[in-house]
Design a protein around this ligand. Structure first.
Ligand SMILES: Cc1ncc(COP(=O)(O)O)c(C=O)c1O
Length: 377
């Protein structure tokens, strides 16, 4: 048994070898600028266009509705800062369990423009309380941002109901689908979102490249201004290698989505059952049914999540205590606190996030190792 076991696929994923292969020419013999009209430029433009088709296909979009950005975070920033105020509508609504890549831009926009900001509460399993929709999302809502899959617990929001409600009241609905894309089916033709963010490195693509889906007809103010790239909505010469890798990663994810989801969720269930059987005090944080295939969040009462994470790391097992962006912070997870956990239980949490290359043997080894650590502490 190799002792290099990676169970932190929510933080990032290893790049798929076919993605690396697809990118390599664009880091070597091919270097054109997609805006150039000569053969080098035309080849680069063709590569970017192909990738745009692949990214669009993963979520059922039209290629013209995809804007490449420098990350999922940048896509969220564009989605939150880009829409213009419309008349008296000025309320920004998001949820208490969003990633900081949504919460911080939402706070910044609200503060800078003096707009009211509402954070929708969630229930104990991390889902937006159904009655919150009618009270907080009304005709004053300008923009509503709610994630499809929570990055810490894997809880799924009811995106269809949220999107339909926003449509009814005329609000723009953005969804941070960074943890969802490539893991659960998404089709923007059936899901009336206006804006949707995705990120390549969560689906075996390269880091530093993301995309924002923008429904046709929605006007957005660019946040990075300069040249006319991305139809004037995100200036800057395209990162061709990363875009090509992103496209290939989306094509691979689309082809394997059902198969990977089945395998990964079965490993997650194995992990959950074996850990809870060996350590009955463990608490599952998140929804038991409405959950993404790849994430398991457990609290181990009486233990400190960070110490457990470091002890597992010493045994070659990579997990996390929550979002990689807040790793090292002494504050307990805002997501778990919003679900009603007390500080002690929130500090006792570990997030396991699985990927297509994990195996049953690895899961067994993780459970044995964790039990040995829990027994020792
Ligand atoms: C839900 C969610 N949104 C946004 C991001 C940020 O994406 P990126 O790392 O591409 O900036 C992450 C990354 O952890 C995430 O999990």
């Amino acid at each position: 048994m190799s002792t290099a076991i990676y169970l932190d696929h929510s933080a990032t994923t290893p790049m798929h070898p076919e993605v690396r292969e697809a990118m390599l020419p664009w880091l070597g013999e091919a270097w054109g600028n997609p805006s150039s009209l000569h053969r080098h430029g035309r080849a680069a433009r063709h590569a970017v266009d192909t990738a745009r088709d692949q990214v669009a296909a993963l979520i059922g979009a039209d290629s013209r509705e995809i804007i490449f950005t420098g990350s999922g975070t940048e896509a969220n920033n564009l989605a939150i800062h880009g829409p213009r105020l419309r008349g008296a509508r000025n309320r920004i609504v998001t949820t208490a369990v969003e990633h900081h890549a949504v919460l911080h831009p939402a706070r910044r926009r609200a503060e800078r423009e003096g707009l009211p900001l509402d954070l929708l509460p969630v229930d104990a399993e991390g889902r937006i309380a159904p009655n919150a929709l009618d009270t907080a999302i009304d005709e004053n809502a300008m923009l509503v941002s709610a994630m499809l899959v929570n990055n810490e617990t894997g809880t799924l929001q009811d995106g269809a109901t949220l999107a339909a409600h926003c449509q009814d009241v005329g609000a723009i609905f953005h969804s941070d689908a960074v943890q969802a894309a490539g893991r659960i089916p998404i089709n923007v033709r059936n899901l009336p979102v206006s804006l949707l963010s995705i990120s390549a490195h969560k689906l075996q693509g390269p880091k530093g490249i993301g995309a924002l889906y923008v429904r046709r007809g929605l006007r957005l103010d660019a946040q990075v201004v300069g040249g006319p790239q991305e139809s004037g909505r995100r200036a800057g010469t395209e990162n061709v290698a990363a875009i090509v890798g992103f496209g290939r990663a989306c094509a691979l994810a689309a082809a394997r989505l059902d198969d990977v989801a089945r395998r990964v969720s079965s490993l997650r269930d194995q992990l959950e059952h074996e850990v809870c059987a060996a350590f009955p005090a463990a608490i599952v944080n998140g929804h038991p049914l409405h959950r993404a295939p790849h994430i398991l969040n457990l609290s181990f009462p009486g233990h400190d999540g960070e110490s457990l994470m470091l002890a597992l790391d010493a045994q070659g097992i990579a997990v996390s205590t929550g979002s990689a962006c807040t790793a090292g912070s002494l504050d307990p997870s805002h997501v778990l606190l919003a679900m009603g956990l007390d500080h002690a239980h929130a500090q006792a949490a570990l997030r396991f996030s699985l990927g297509p290359d994990n195996t049953e043997d690895e899961v067994r080894y993780v459970v044995q190792t964790l039990c040995a650590i829990l027994g020792r502490v």
